[in-house]
Design a protein around this ligand. Sequence first.
Ligand SMILES: Nc1nc2c(ncn2[C@@H]2O[C@H](COP(=O)(O)OP(=O)(O)O)[C@@H](O)[C@H]2O)c(=O)[nH]1
Ligand SMILES: [Mg+2]
Length: 408
Amino acid sequence: MKIRRYMAKNTQEAILKVKMDLGSEALILNTRKVRKKGLLGLFSKPMTEVLAAVDEYNPPGYYSGNTGKVSEAGNGQKNAQFEYSGSNQSSVSNHASISDEKEGKIANLENKITSIEEVLRKLCAQVMDEEKPAGRIAGDEQKIRKDSVTEVFYSNLVKNEVDPEIARKIVNAAATRLNTSSGVNDMAAHLSGIITGLLGKPETIRDSNNGRPVTVIFVGPTGVGKTTTLAKIAANYLLNRKKTVGLITADTYRIAAVEQLKTYAEILGIPVSVVYTPAEMKEAVNSHSDKDLILIDTAGRSHKNKAQFEELKALITASGADEVYLVLSATTSLRNCREILNSYSFLKDYKLLFTKTDETPVLGIILNVRYMTGKSLSYITTGQSVPDDIETANIEKITKNLMGSCTG
Ligand SMILES: Nc1nc2c(ncn2[C@@H]2O[C@H](COP(=O)(O)OP(=O)(O)O)[C@@H](O)[C@H]2O)c(=O)[nH]1
Ligand SMILES: [Mg+2]
């Protein structure tokens, strides 16, 4: 990206300078009125300053006249070429006589001069005619503005399903940090810093520091992957960290759910307790007091059934859990997520755990939910495979995903 600053009497003239210098593909990054510095500046007419950018790797734009084409070289050096293809163009062959060759060259030059005159005449007319709205220039300016760097980043965030309101706030915050000499890289850096800050530092299960087990409970809608995630964490603590783990399930709505956890427990060779009531929950937690980690599975609740949420609340309280993880699928729509968050709003302190990031190319929901709840991110799951498909949320990776163009 090549960035240049232009000063002119008014915006029209400045845009013209930009187009003549950088071509019609140039992006207008900023336009502002400036006065000369010092006391004299108070009495002078303000000038228009335009900051423009052009992608060095893209073919530059050109200004077309009737018969000629002026183009600018990609290396930033002015390199005017005139290609003439009119029907009266003389062809020069090795066999032509010297005078024929000269005549041909003269005719060619004459044509080129005519085309330059035509281009200059048009340019002058546009620059001089200040009062008349220069439709073409104004239109171009508008287009350039629309396609400006800020809008590209905004549109990428929205394409990645960041809530448009949040995306606008982020982009505006990044834009206010720019100054006149900032370029697209600065914008990207500011944006990345803001998103990283918003996503925050992920917090995973803390280690016990009092000799008692750390008790962790997983809640969230049915089918998001609570049980699978719990099994992944159990296996990692057991196999990689050599910790002792106890499992409890309160998901007694379905026989299959109990069997699912029992199967994982059997494979891992760890005990599992099945509880139906808050009193049994207390007992089960006590029975695992010799473990390093207790993982508790729960059933998903229907957001229409308030009684079920009361039950869940009682189970959480009885467990005395040190940490609560609200498990959400990254494939959930923002609308559904809002409803889910509403249903679980009785939770005071919890962390966000996103599953199925492998099933969606866009991760906007992660930023949206983090922004709406202010709760910490924790783990991300990336597939069905136990125990491998789980990692601590990688903020850099998520930020890149959110800023990138998913449609290419
Ligand atoms: N693609 C994908 N599937 C997952 C992931 N986590 C869980 N699943 C699948 O989602 C389905 C429901 O998982 P389960 O743990 O039973 O959900 P629960 O009802 O919340 O306990 C199962 O088929 C899992 O294999 C993940 O990260 N990616
Ligand atoms: Mg389950």
